[in-house]
Ligand binder design. Sequence first.
Ligand SMILES: C[S@@+](CC[C@H](N)C(=O)[O-])C[C@H]1O[C@@H](n2cnc3c(N)ncnc32)[C@H](O)[C@@H]1O
Length: 269
Amino acid sequence: MNKNNECKRLDFTIGDVNEIYEGPVGQLWEALMGEQIHVGGEKETEILARKAGIHQSSSVLDVCSALGGPARHLARKYGCRVTGLDATGKMVNEAVSRTQKDGLSELVSFRLGNALDIPFHAGTFDIVWGQDAWCYITDKERLLREANRVLRPGGVIAFTDWIQTGKMMDKECEELNTFMSFPYLETLGGYEKILKDNSFVIIEKEDMSIDFARHCHIYQDKLRNELKDGIISNYGKELYGAADDGLNKWVVAADEGKVGRARLIGKKI
Ligand SMILES: C[S@@+](CC[C@H](N)C(=O)[O-])C[C@H]1O[C@@H](n2cnc3c(N)ncnc32)[C@H](O)[C@@H]1O
């Protein structure tokens, strides 16, 4: 850890992300959290939507859209257009097929691509949206620069992410991030600085780490009590053991106030 309490960054690449989400990990996260793969599910999507000011004529870009659960929810509830961007083919294909099945393809579409090089022209969207996924991104400065570029002037960035909230020894930090394949966690202050440096005005920020710790316990109980047998019979004891061990490390770190989650809303100047 350096003098700013930042942990060493780990060498995860987009290839590592693809490998994970092409495999059973996406299914395991869905089993734990639902098809909206973020803490708090639909309720959290609603809170973020209200704070972002989404309405029928909004054009939303969901960066790291995974199975597209939030994108479909927003289109269904508000009638807005949503484009999902995700770097993993399996997630994009699954999102497209579920969207077709739900009859929402006129409003919701998906594109395969990297959040660090967003494949859309400047000023395309009213809202750039992200939920609990930017912790996978290797360069948060570049991500927010890209978000700013694709937003129209006055557009809104609205996101939640897992963050570092306390001091950690490098070994502890490395274990937590290795389990999740996160290159590093941003801090709330770090996100505020990057937003300001990239011509955003911060409208709202909230540290939701106590709620995050509570949810970590909920997910741990679900893993141990509801999902254990199914995971062992589908994927084997080794995978279950690794999941249980990794999640337990997050439960402990969240209880100790070292990791958490934040919500940030900003406006492009
Ligand atoms: C936890 S899931 C996202 C959950 C989703 N936001 C939701 O609320 O349902 C993480 C997703 O991020 C995607 N991802 C990670 N790094 C990415 C990158 N650099 N560019 C685009 N997608 C990325 C992964 O492929 C994966 O589908």
